[in-house]
Write a protein of this length. Structure first.
Length: 133
């Protein structure tokens, strides 16, 4: 269903804004969970006193896309539970500080927990409540 919805949105967007903008829109929609990971790392790193730099954010997003999609095939939305965390951790060590890597590992642990919870219960895990720092 998501694939047909993405195609429908892409077709309508192409008519309104052209091929390039439509492709960017579809890519954005299909990578929402990946973008949420980068946003979580950005916020957690900032709160930990080691904010991500724009180039680090860009490279982290690129790593997530490259390990989650074959080529540039954005026809199917990637969910957080299928992210290849081992590859991401290995690749991200080259661009992130140890404090930032702690943020990535915390998000990875939460994603793994959510996946195990979903598999065990058949329902999504409740959202994590962020502690006040």
């Amino acid at each position: 269903h998501e694939r047909s919805l993405a195609a429908e949105i892409g077709n309508k967007a192409r008519m309104l804004v052209g091929d390039r903008a439509a492709a960017e829109l579809v890519e954005t929609l299909m990578t929402l969970d990946l973008r949420a990971v980068v946003d979580s790392v950005r916020v957690d790193s900032y709160l930990s006193g080691a904010p991500l730099q724009p180039e680090q954010e860009r490279r982290l997003m690129q790593m997530l896309k490259e390990t989650s999609f074959p080529g540039d095939d954005f026809r199917q939305r990637v969910r957080r539970e299928v992210i290849d965390w081992e590859s991401i951790s290995a690749l991200a060590q080259g661009i992130l500080s140890p404090t930032q890597m702690t943020s990535v590992r915390a998000i990875e642990a939460k994603a793994r927990f959510d996946n195990m919870y979903r598999l065990a219960t058949g329902v999504a895990a409740p959202p994590r409540i962020q502690p006040i720092r």
